[in-house]
Design a binder for this molecule. Structure first.
Ligand SMILES: [Zn+2]
Length: 103
């Protein structure tokens, strides 16, 4: 089974992700779903230059995947299912940027 999702994220970036190592169609579809759902516009300000990015925690134990809007700094995070490994889901809401209190 093979599913390829090609998505234009912003005017200069297009990604193409192939899901071809999954056990069955349901699993491939599960993994492909958040990428089919994600929108190329910011849910907070509507700008169309969002970025798909990943960040790793300092201890290297967790990688965060998120859509980020450089214009208003809002982001939409991807969560990760416990099983199957590598299956992500898109969290519903865009979080508006709130400045972190100084430590
Ligand atoms: Zn925005």
């Amino acid at each position: 089974m093979e599913i390829t999702v090609t998505k234009k994220i912003n005017p200069t970036t297009q990604i193409s992700i192939k899901f071809d190592e999954e056990g069955d169609l349901k699993e491939a579809l599960l993994k492909a779903t958040p990428f089919m759902q994600m929108s190329g516009t910011c849910g907070a300000c509507g700008d169309d230059k969002v970025i798909l990015q990943a960040r790793q925690t300092k201890d290297g134990k967790y990688i965060y995947v998120e859509l980020y809007c450089p214009k208003c700094k809002a982001k939409q995070s991807f969560g990760e299912y416990k099983q199957p490994k590598g299956a992500l889901f898109l969290k519903g809401k865009w979080e508006k940027y709130t400045p972190q209190p100084q430590a």
